[in-house]
Design a binder for this molecule. Structure first.
Ligand SMILES: Cc1cc2nc3c(=O)[nH]c(=O)nc-3n(C[C@H](O)[C@H](O)[C@H](O)COP(=O)(O)OP(=O)(O)OC[C@H]3O[C@@H](n4cnc5c(N)ncnc54)[C@H](O)[C@@H]3O)c2cc1C
Length: 416
């Protein structure tokens, strides 16, 4: 069998990897010249296996007015004359119920645990160096009442198998001394010892390099997919910017935000919307850098030591006009980082902005598209694409090969 995978971000590369390992012929296509050039390039580096609650949750609603009016809030919303934006926002608000958020959390946990198992299985045979660490995660809270509320989520996730515990400020500083300069502002934390971190782009590139050396894999970088040619219920070929057609038995759509216009050409609206985020990559051959991954809950900022780089990621922009770096937003990330870690030197930090390809409810779409029998989707991983990539691609590969999947695929089934 021959599969053509559209997109060489972390989702496309792990999809290609799963199929190629099964002996399938694989063609991997991307418009960029290097893998992980899109959202997978400089993300937060969190392998957030136990902390997968969707963005759409009831607590968002009371915070919305403050977030929308405050220029220092993690969320920036720009209203566009774009029905796609309005539809996405409406569906997002509809998903902000306790029932929907609890169901999505349980479904994402099943996928994230599969992801962890698949990544560890890959690592048992391939010694990829991607700054991977199993140092756990601290979600730090500034407001005592919010820390109290976090107990409910910890309890919900404990029932679903997560090992998490609440730390007071003293216990927090004992565990992560790098946070000592900010301790007067911290109420405590949720500590999850099993969480991991790593550099998404480095893992993607390492897998890509292995794929490029396999005789059953054909790599087509620098090749923009212009259209999918459909006859009846089947995709026959991709039309590319290089003027040729790529034929295959199956096609896997893993083009991140680029999946949306390609599917629209087939008359299918996928509910993806870009949520813009920022990161700083700081050379960290310096003291005062946390060894444990940290999430500053109220500021929605994450910190991860990825080998010799401290990655700081933050901000959600809805309705951004382009992927450029807005000075006020990146300066806000800097100020927030400096207030939590005042002794870390940010002068050599590299700034980056990317789009999270998000569905309104927070669940990716993994499985057969209704647009064609041989078109498979692996899209919409939002803020969790690195965490969910290995599990999503394992699930997709089982479905294409008509094998029994390791987890229930129904919650992730594409609706179009
Ligand atoms: C600021 C930020 C922080 C994040 N932090 C984390 C984190 O800590 N942990 C986590 O799990 N996730 C995180 N994420 C989310 C994660 O990065 C994404 O979910 C993930 O990278 C999506 O991967 P993808 O392969 O679907 O998309 P992409 O990486 O965007 O890949 C899509 C690829 O498709 C290609 N493509 C698109 N259209 C075409 C076309 N027409 N022809 C040819 N090629 C095409 C693009 O060139 C691109 O290479 C973060 C995201 C951002 C923006």
């Amino acid at each position: 069998m021959h599969a053509c995978v559209l997109g060489a971000g972390v989702i496309g590369v792990t999809s290609a990897w799963q199929l190629a390992q099964q002996g399938w012929q694989v063609t991997l296509v991307d418009s960029a010249t290097e893998p992980a050039s899109g959202a997978s390039h400089a993300n937060g580096g969190q392998l957030s296996y136990s902390y997968v609650a969707p963005l759409a949750e009831p607590d968002v609603l009371p915070h919305l007015p403050t977030w929308l009016l405050n220029p220092s809030s993690p969320l920036r919303f720009r209203l566009r004359a774009d029905p796609r934006q309005w539809r996405w926002c409406l569906q997002f608000l509809q998903a902000c119920t306790h029932r929907a958020a609890a169901a999505t959390t349980a479904q994402l946990l099943s996928l994230s645990y599969l992801s962890r198992q698949v990544l560890h299985d890959i690592q048992s045979t391939h010694a990829f160096d991607f700054g991977h660490a199993k140092n756990g995660k601290l979600i730090v809270y500034r407001t005592p009442s919010l820390l109290e509320k976090a107990r409910d989520q910890v309890k919900l996730q404990a029932d679903l198998g997560s090992d998490q515990r609440i730390l007071n400020t003293q216990e927090l500083i004992q565990l992560e001394p790098a946070l000592a300069p900010a301790q007067a502002h911290l109420a405590g934390a949720v500590y999850t010892p099993s969480e991991e971190s790593g550099d998404c782009a480095r893992l993607t590139s390492a897998l890509f390099k292995e794929l490029a050396a396999m005789s059953n894999v054909n790599i087509r970088m620098g090749t923009t997919i212009q259209a999918l040619q459909r006859t009846g219920n089947r995709i026959q070929a991709l039309r590319t910017s290089q003027g040729d057609l790529i034929e295959a038995d199956h096609f896997v759509m893993a083009a991140g935000m680029g999946s949306q216009p390609l599917m629209a050409q087939l008359g299918v609206q996928v509910p993806l919307y870009p949520l813009k985020g920022y990161s700083l990559s700081v050379p960290c051959a310096q003291a005062h850098v946390p060894a444990i991954s940290v999430t500053d809950y109220e500021r929605k900022t994450v910190y991860a030591k990825l080998g010799d780089t401290l990655r700081i990621a933050a901000m959600v922009g809805i309705g951004a006009s382009n992927q450029g770096i807005e000075t006020d937003r990146i300066n806000l990330v800097r100020r927030q980082a400096q207030s939590l870690l005042p002794d870390v030197d940010l002068s050599a930090a590299q700034a980056w902005a990317g789009y999270r390809p998000a569905t309104p409810h927070g669940r990716p779409w993994i499985g057969q598209s209704r647009a064609a029998d041989n078109l498979w989707l692996n899209i919409g991983h939002g803020a969790l694409g690195f965490t969910l990539a290995c599990g999503s691609s394992h699930l997709l590969s089982s479905l294409i090969r008509q094998e029994t999947p390791a987890i229930d695929p129904i919650p992730f089934q594409p609706r179009s």
